[in-house]
Design a protein around this ligand. Structure first.
Ligand SMILES: [Ca+2]
Length: 399
């Protein structure tokens, strides 16, 4: 809303011509974008035929304007993802499609329980796929707002899907962001990784479960997934562990972590994974929460959706489907919460004022901010995990 008001205020001071240039009408956008689409190899006839019925979707324009102010705690997301209904759906899906899943597991080297978990996370096992006209959704994103570049690339990819004959226009339904079918592939992912498993000439991610599972398996496999690796598991860190090492960018052999004193709750790392594998340790909720060892399979899942909370939810759900769930030895820090945008900026300002150089005050907690926070934590005798949360901000402000 604030963006809208600002835009309105600016329009008052701008010349009428500039205001017009800033916001062409949708019909003008459609004409102008035709040039780009044709240059990218879309036939003019197909463009005119398919784009004639496209309409901007007001709900998307509204979403585009709103950057989320509050961030949901990771554990809320993970708990929500692992509802009883979701786990039950996973077990039922696993049982009812066992033959198909096992065939695809053997073919692609991606375990059935992970395919089921992604299927559950993406579309609640094919029940919730989104019913927006994908061309309209992507045209709206391409036309206006923060995600124009994404929208333009995906719109051309969606037109190419139609041109290839992979799917029909009435099938191209999906989320407001253009994610389609039971695997929620965006059009570029569809073009790169969707598979026609049953050989009927269509890559049907909406109603053919063979195409759905094989496409997911193909995408994961090409992202480096291996059937002989776990996604990861909970670990216990020793006293005095250097929390700066707990980062996805730090890869070390299992042997290295084991000799540094990292264990599993009730066992050794080597009980679950080969000592030669290169893996990372992560602390997704800081030193007060659980630690996990994560493998290349975790990274492959992140290619699907680049959020730690998502990849953890997929991992936990796959464990539940495979019947190997373990309660966490260290629970989430449920008395803490992530910071709002204003609070993240306040944290950076305060660190900066104390001479810790977190970089620009932009509300983005990147490597620079984490490093500065770790230095401050170390100087104040606190666990130096660089995790920005409400508890740490209140200590910092009181410092
Ligand atoms: Ca097919």
């Amino acid at each position: 809303m604030r963006t809208r008001l600002l835009a309105a205020a600016m329009a008052l001071t701008a010349t009428p011509l500039a205001a017009q240039e800033a916001e062409p009408d949708f019909g003008t956008f459609r004409e102008q974008f035709r040039i780009d689409a044709v240059a990218a190899g879309i036939s003019p006839n197909l463009y005119d035929e398919q784009m004639a019925t496209v309409k901007p979707l007001p709900v998307i324009l509204k979403r585009n304007d709103n950057q989320p102010e509050f961030v949901r705690p990771l554990w809320d997301y993970v708990d929500g993802a692992l509802s009883e209904a979701r786990i039950r759906g996973g077990l039922e899906g696993y049982a009812s499609e066992a033959d198909l899943l096992n065939t695809i597991e053997a073919e692609y080297g991606v375990d059935a329980e992970t395919l089921v978990a992604i299927w559950g996370m993406e579309s609640s096992f094919g029940r919730i796929m989104g019913d927006e006209d994908v061309l309209s959704a992507l045209s709206t994103l391409a036309y206006q707002g923060r995600r124009q570049s994404f929208g333009r690339t995906q719109l051309i990819a969606a037109l190419r899907i139609l041109q290839n004959g992979d799917a029909r226009r009435e099938q191209l339904q999906g989320s407001w962001a253009g994610a389609m079918g039971q695997t929620q592939f965006i059009p570029t992912t569809y073009l790169a990784h969707a598979v026609d498993h049953d050989g009927d000439g269509k890559k049907d991610l909406w109603s053919d479960r063979g195409d759905v599972f094989a496409s997911t398996a193909n995408y994961l496999s090409r992202s480096g997934y291996r059937a002989d690796l776990p996604w990861g598991f909970e670990v216990v860190l020793p006293e005095g562990f250097d929390f700066a090492q707990a980062d996805r960018s730090v890869g070390r052999s299992v042997a290295h972590w084991q000799s540094a004193g990292v264990t599993r709750p009730g066992g050794a790392l080597s009980d679950r994974i080969d000592l030669n594998e290169t893996v990372s340790i992560i602390l997704p909720a800081g030193a007060n929460g659980p630690a996990f060892l994560v493998t290349d399979n975790f990274r492959a899942i992140l290619r699907y959706n680049n959020a730690t909370a998502y990849a953890l939810a997929v991992g936990f759900l796959s464990d539940a489907v495979a019947g190997r769930s373990q309660p966490l030895a260290n629970d989430w820090p449920r008395d803490d919460r992530p910071l709002t945008l204003a609070e993240r900026k306040a944290l950076q300002e305060t660190l900066s004022g104390l001479g810790y150089e977190p970089g620009p005050v932009d509300g983005i907690i990147g490597a620079g901010t984490r490093k500065a926070l770790r230095s401050w934590q170390r100087d104040n005798g606190l666990p130096a995990d660089g995790y920005a949360s409400a508890l740490i901000l209140s200590r910092l402000m009181g410092a």
